[in-house]
Design a protein. Structure first.
Ligand SMILES: [Zn+2]
Length: 552
């Protein structure tokens, strides 16, 4: 067959975003959606990995008479969804363990039944491990509850955010932790109010007993091997494809993770384009051998470096200029300003992109100080740094980001996931300035779509719905309503915005000639249905580089 003969793809509607200029997402919010859809192509011609032509079906058939037509019937085709900040490497192991997420187990009895069933099929001495447990949503599970269903088998229940886990008595015995054991530095063996160990191992207390992939020992919870993790990553990628994702940026990568993903790349098993932010802890080595932003190819590529500055939204530890409800508490700075400045200067000087985790407005200002300082002294035209999360903003922050060309990567799904809890944590006034997608678009600041999974649901359609409705799916409470965006804008955020955040906007995020043939086939049009139904739209197929990676 002639290699240049394209495949023609058609569907009931195609949302191409072809006329949206990168860097001007706002112009996509066409005031008249009917006028815009009249100009959309009926079909795409795909040659190899890219889109070679678009037009009416008749035009493309006339032009390529030998082409096969792939007809998606009444579906809607959108540009492939792209999550600019998600954690594949950190969660690859989860796919090997029991799924104790709130989606999978709604309450404590179901969670315990799930574990009990696994205990029944586990050989003596082996651990039963579960992950993604969310105590706030599912309810409290501690040592005593686990002991009732697993008196002999060691059990670990890992919290969704990864900072703590719960083990049962058999687990504590295995690890040699008893009532007299002291707390480790930087961690705590938590206790019931009567002073007994409750099985909750917090921070270092948990980290110290998780076996590193390379080590062997008796007092460790057995870790996953590199082969296990490779399998876990492949399973996770398949799940994400099924949710419509074609690209991601993994926001914290170690050298071992690069090895795991490279092995999948070599096996041609990467059904997802993966950008990577390398942990700043490993930057020295990479810089030494000259590996920087852009290293790799359009399947697996280093996007830049990741650094941290403050705490979290859910944990209420982000660094704020005005206190939380407790007037003496304004959150935490996890890295010194001096260290931040040194790291930003180093990475910037090398011509590499840095993404700094900063949630609170006070943290964001420190990041902007550092960005502005190096940009003034060491020009690196076209180099656009990122602020990961960039949760709480004001006009001054927007203006400074705009001048720098800095990219915002805020949580898309948090309003939908946390709902009214956000109001009680941060206050209604502040919620009008948090996850401020509307403000970023209006100010001309590039804004990307991100779930930060496992901290929020990974499904990008959930993110789109949350961006448009700003309403909690469980409690129906709307938070920060002034930050709502249109469905067309939400789609552009999760496609073009994310592509800009990794410097790939010239070939990703649109269904237009010269762009990658990455697209998602949906059972309904997210731009025209009731936005409260966007998360439930059926993903019918996902294509990466013209190849099917998922079919529903
Ligand atoms: Zn993250």
């Amino acid at each position: 067959m002639d290699e240049r003969t394209p495949t023609i793809v058609r569907a009931n509607s195609i949302v191409s975003q072809a006329r949206t200029r990168p860097g001007a997402q706002k112009s996509l919010a066409t005031p008249d959606p009917t006028a815009s859809s009249a100009l959309e192509p009926e079909a795409l011609a795909i040659t190899g990995e890219t889109i070679s032509a678009t037009g009416t079906l008749t035009e493309l058939r006339d032009r390529f008479p030998a082409a096969e037509v792939l007809d998606f019937g009444d579906s809607t085709i959108i540009p492939g969804l792209n999550d600019a900040h998600i954690h594949l490497a950190l969660t690859a192991g989860d796919a090997l363990h029991l799924d104790l997420s709130h989606e999978a187990v709604r309450d404590v009895p179901t969670l315990l039944d799930t574990i009990a069933a696994e205990v029944g099929t586990t050989s003596a001495g082996a651990w039963v491990k579960g992950s993604r447990y969310d105590d706030e949503k599912t309810g409290i599970v501690l040592r005593d509850e686990l002991d009732r269903i697993a008196p002999e088998t060691p059990v670990l229940v890992n919290h969704v955010a990864g900072h703590w886990g719960v083990v049962n008595s058999a687990g504590l015995r295995f690890l040699g932790i008893d009532e007299s054991s002291p707390d480790p530095d930087g961690g705590r063996n938590d206790r019931y109010s009567d002073g007994r160990l409750n099985g909750k191992l917090i921070e270092r207390a948990l980290m110290n007993v998780l076996m590193p992939a390379t080590a062997r020992g008796e007092r460790f919870i057995p870790g996953d091997t590199v082969e296990d993790l490779q399998l876990g990553a492949a399973r996770t990628i398949a799940k994400w494809n099924a949710a419509g994702l074609t690209s991601i940026c993994d926001a914290l990568i170690s050298p071992q993770d690069i090895g795991i993903l490279s092995a999948l790349r070599a096996d041609d098993a990467l059904g997802l384009r993966i950008g990577m932010l390398l942990s700043i802890d490993h930057y020295d080595k990479a810089a030494e051998v000259g590996i920087g932003s852009g290293f790799g190819d359009d399947r697996l590529k280093l996007i830049g470096v990741k650094a941290f500055l403050d705490g979290a939204i859910g944990g209420r530890t982000c660094l704020l200029s005005e206190p939380f409800t407790d007037p003496s508490y304004q959150g935490v700075q996890t890295t010194s300003t001096e260290e931040l400045r040194v790291n930003v200067e180093r990475v910037h000087t090398d011509g590499n992109r840095i993404g700094v985790h900063a949630n609170g407005d006070a943290a964001i200002r420190l990041v902007l100080d550092a960005f502005e300082d190096v940009a003034a002294r060491i020009p690196r035209p076209g180099l656009r740094h990122r602020i990961e999360h960039c949760s709480l903003i004001d006009d001054d922050i927007l203006n400074r980001m705009n001048r720098l060309g800095a990219v915002a990567i805020p949580f898309a799904g948090y309003p939908g996931y946390h709902g009214g809890a956000l109001n009680s944590w941060y206050g209604e006034e502040r919620m009008e300035r948090m996850f401020a997608h509307r403000s970023f678009l209006d100010a001309g600041v590039t804004v990307a779509g991100s779930s930060d999974y496992p901290c929020g649901p990974y499904q990008p359609l959930f993110g789109l719905q949350s961006l448009v409705t700003r309403t909690g799916v469980d409690d129906g409470i709307t938070v920060g309503a002034s930050q709502k965006v249109t469905a067309a804008e939400a789609l552009s955020i999760f496609t073009l915005g994310s592509a800009e955040a990794s410097g790939e906007e010239s070939y990703k995020g649109r269904l237009a000639p010269g762009y990658l043939a990455d697209f998602t086939v949906l059972g309904d049009n997210p731009l025209t249905i009731d936005p409260h139904g966007i998360a439930d739209i059926d993903v019918r197929a996902t294509y990466v580089g013209g190849s099917e990676v998922y079919r529903g």
